[in-house]
Design a protein around this ligand. Structure first.
Ligand code: 9MR
Length: 372
């Protein structure tokens, strides 16, 4: 393409030229994010891909409670600092993922050594100490925090997941976490992050949480729809309706962890307590007919997302297929192909579909670069 631009510059002045990267196609109207880990930073070909295609970074797990603090309350920020340093060097905003998640945490935060819930006041003290230390360490550098991750129950009839924080503090642990985060860095955007919240049932429970927080004057700027979707579920229209409902509740919407699983499995989302036995149909490469199905699905969903001005970021959960968590979930050790680049960092047809969708008109958006 570049040589054509050199040979026929006039031609490219009059013909619409398709953007060549995700961030070019987004045109400053949407952040295009990806999850990365420190091990990615040792691969110059991968770091080039990251800086060319994306303009927002989420540490995949370097900022999880289990990684930042040990069993004795000692904090270590080295690996997280390396990811943040890379992002700052490349002028990419960082999303702090996450402050509270029951799946990856330290027991001492909310439980006594015998596994019983700590007294409420002690648990609140620990939560505040944790948030003060982490958010304080990155004050002014991290623009948005995933304050609480995956607290809403997947079960109809149950509001919140039964977690150590809930058992020790009570349902207001979410509100307290947001209040502690705001006090630690008043400039940072604060959001709630979860999977399947674009779908009826869990969407209603999430709206209940947003309204509850906002009615109490708690600062919640956005909701992160993780976006761990399947080839055939949920429908793009359902995602759009979910975005509209969340936006109407007064928050921005980010797609924080998008991937589309082309392999057979039972349900969408990321319930880490679930595992399945399943086939490993494409151990080498994804066949062309599946590549086309994946591209079509990505194109449909991103075309829908771009229609909603409330969507400020579309983030992908990983950079290339070899780095996807879906190589081990929900079926252990199988070869998956859910992202836009293959294991050799080559673009898949899905990349072109997403670039085309991102380049669609984006009415009703602020002329300013969006913040998370
Ligand atoms: O992709 C992440 C994987 O490498 C980690 O082992 C796992 C547990 O730390 O977390 C994965 O990412 C999760 C994210 O942090 C929250 N939403 C669901 C993601 C997939 O489990």
């Amino acid at each position: 393409m570049l040589h054509l631009r050199l040979l026929f510059p006039l031609l490219f002045l009059v013909l619409p030229v398709q953007a060549e990267t995700l961030r070019e196609a987004a045109g400053g109207k949407l952040l295009i994010g990806c999850a990365i880990a420190t091990r990615d930073l040792d691969d110059p070909e991968l770091t080039n891909l990251i800086t060319q295609q994306f303009n927002c970074i989420t540490p995949e797990y370097e900022m999880m409670p289990e990684k930042l603090v040990d069993d004795h309350g000692k904090f270590t920020f080295d690996t997280a600092d390396r990811v943040v340093g890379f992002a700052e060097k490349n002028k990419m905003p960082v999303i702090g993922h996450m402050l509270v998640w029951h799946f990856i945490t330290r027991k001492w935060l909310f439980e006594s050594p015998d596994g019983k819930p700590l007294p409420r006041e002690k648990a609140l003290e620990n939560l505040k100490t944790y948030i003060d230390t982490v958010v304080g360490h990155y004050k002014g550098r991290i623009k948005a925090w995933d304050v609480v991750n995956e607290a809403i129950s997947d079960k109809d009839g149950e509001y919140l997941k039964d977690t150590p924080a809930l058992r020790a503090i009570g349902p207001d642990y979410i509100e307290k976490a947001f209040q502690f985060a705001q006090a630690a860095d008043p400039q940072a955007a604060l959001y709630y992050n979860d999977y399947n919240i674009e779908q009826p049932g869990k969407l209603d429970r999430t709206l209940k949480l947003i309204h509850s927080l906002r009615e109490k004057g708690v600062k919640i700027d956005a909701v992160g729809i993780q976006g761990h979707w399947l080839l055939d579920w949920p429908p793009a229209g359902m995602i759009g309706k979910g975005v509209e409902a969340l936006s109407a509740a007064g928050v921005k919407v980010m797609i924080t962890e998008m991937d589309i699983d082309p392999l057979p499995r039972d349900s969408s989302g990321a319930d880490m307590s679930q595992s399945e036995k399943g086939a490993n149909p494409y151990p080498e490469t994804l066949p062309s007919e599946m590549q086309e199905k994946l591209a079509k699905r990505y194109g449909e969903i991103v075309s829908e997302l771009v229609r909603h001005p409330a969507v400020t970021m579309i983030g992908f959960w990983g950079t290339h297929d070899g780095r996807s968590w879906l190589n081990d979930y929900p079926v252990k050790s199988r070869t998956n192909h859910p992202l836009l680049f293959d294991r050799k960092l080559q673009p898949k047809p899905a990349l072109d579909a997403v670039i085309k969708a991102l380049a669609l008109p984006k009415e009703g958006r602020s002329p300013n670069r969006p913040s998370p």
